[in-house]
Design a binder for this molecule. Structure first.
Ligand code: ATP
Ligand code: MG
Length: 401
């Protein structure tokens, strides 16, 4: 007899939460899980105080697991088999659930919820362990087992779980408010977006495009990156800002060495204003100290001066190698290294100021009416909704909330 998986048992992350916060955590996690599983019509989600159950009702356990592994707020989950509540079936199914050909250490933890079941928990543990020891090179380790076999005997059936699959960790997206992430086509900013979502913050993204200096391929790449990270929160609103006029003005009015710094200050002005309009409490970037000329503390300082809200820089102290590893893990690396140009790479000056001064920035900015241009950028930004399967829905309305 072959037994199949019946449900996923989901364990919550960050269990230090208590009281009302825990309730918010669980409610949000349940809603996010349902949203992530919208394509799996037969799945049913049930969230309890300590655990969440996802009933498969015939959906494919591997594809559901893949989706669940991207939902923040989950520390781990296990697939559970449903078998008839009798010892022969339990023993047979346990052997099927464990790949006994590879030697491992294990522990059995049985719970008899149905007190009418004739074998007590301790005896179930012993019988299952004996069967495994007899049929394999597996060894018992009660403290740090590689495989924990969990058996729950209920009135309707017995449930058997083996592998603990790592969840995405963090907090459910949405319990921490909203932030606007500056999304370029590079390696860093999608990773920054992921890190911000992981802390439970729902993100929107803003991208500065400079056509015709940047191509539609470059914008498609950003949309693809946006779509890839949208899998961690269900969807993603991307604002595309037409930046060419303002960028050319910067190069016209400012010395080349200050162009990048002033461009960053303009980006920040636009991003914070759009963030305010979209009810975001912070903006986020993929900056990391020392990575390039514009990412010195002096430079970050003059960029930050204009921001009226916190600037989150989740990668600030990470090495590039660590960031690349993470981008591979979250699935954005291959898209990020596609060779399309970004507005920053096209206008890169030969010798950018690594220690820009605030008074100099203000002096150069005083030369033209950038305020109107910034306002135009904000007002002319195009809003696009992205989803993990790259269906793009254009929508100007506030119902995007
Ligand atoms: P990334 O890999 O994210 O492009 P980077 O190492 O290339 O980062 P910069 O080009 O200096 O660094 O950009 C620093 C940050 O500024 C980016 O991480 C991103 O948050 C933001 N940024 C840069 N260019 C753009 C753009 N065209 N649109 C939106 N945000 C941008
Ligand atoms: Mg870049």
């Amino acid at each position: 007899m072959d037994y199949s998986y019946e449900y996923l048992l989901v364990r919550y992350g960050e269990l230090s939460l208590k009281g009302k916060n825990k309730k918010n955590f669980i409610n949000r996690l349940r809603e996010n899980t349902k949203k992530a599983l919208a394509g799996f019509k037969k799945c049913k989600v049930e969230a309890g105080y300590d655990r969440m159950y996802i009933y498969l009702n015939g959906e494919n356990p591997d594809t559901v697991s893949e989706v669940i592994s991207k939902v923040f707020g989950i520390s781990s989950f296990s697939l559970a088999m449903k078998v008839p509540a009798d010892m022969d079936a339990i023993l047979e199914a346990t052997k099927q659930a464990c790949d006994l050909s590879v030697p491992k250490t294990f522990k059995v933890r049985a719970r008899r919820h149905d007190k009418m079941f004739p074998v007590i928990s301790d005896q179930i543990n012993r019988q299952v362990a004996t069967a495994i020891l007899k049929n394999s090179d597996w060894k018992v380790d009660v403290h740090h087992p590689q495989v924990e076999i969990i058996i729950e005997v209920r009135e309707d059936a017995a449930y058997i779980m083996t592998d603990k699959i790592a969840g995405a960790g963090g907090y459910p997206v949405g319990i921490g408010g909203r932030a606007m992430v500056l999304l370029s086509g590079g390696i860093d900013s999608p990773v920054a977006g992921y890190q911000v979502m992981k802390r439970g913050i729902h993100i929107e993204a803003i991208h500065f495009a400079a056509p015709p200096y940047t191509s539609s391929n470059a914008l498609d790449k950003v949309k693809k990156l946006g779509s890839e990270i949208s899998a961690y929160q269900g969807d993603l609103v991307l604002h595309v800002v037409p930046f060419t006029t303002l960028q050319l003005a910067i190069y016209h009015y400012c010395p080349e060495s200050y162009a990048i710094t002033i461009m960053r200050r303009m980006m920040m002005r636009i991003a914070t204003e759009l963030a305010r309009r979209r009810h975001c409490l912070a903006v986020a970037t993929g900056e990391s100290v020392g990575q390039v000329a514009s990412q010195t503390l002096e430079s970050m300082s003059v960029i930050s001066q204009i921001a009226c809200m916190p600037i989150l820089r989740p990668l600030v102290c990470m090495d590039k190698i660590e960031i690349i590893d993470l981008s591979r893990k979250i699935g954005t690396y291959e898209t990020s290294i596609l060779p399309f140009e970004d507005c920053c790479t096209i206008f890169t000056p030969k010798a950018p100021a690594t220690k820009p001064h605030l008074d100099k920035c203000e002096e150069y900015e005083a030369k033209w009416d950038w305020q109107t241009m910034v306002e135009d950028c904000v007002n002319q930004a195009e809003m696009i909704r992205l989803s993990p399967n790259m269906d793009e829905v254009e929508d100007e309305e506030a119902d995007l909330f």
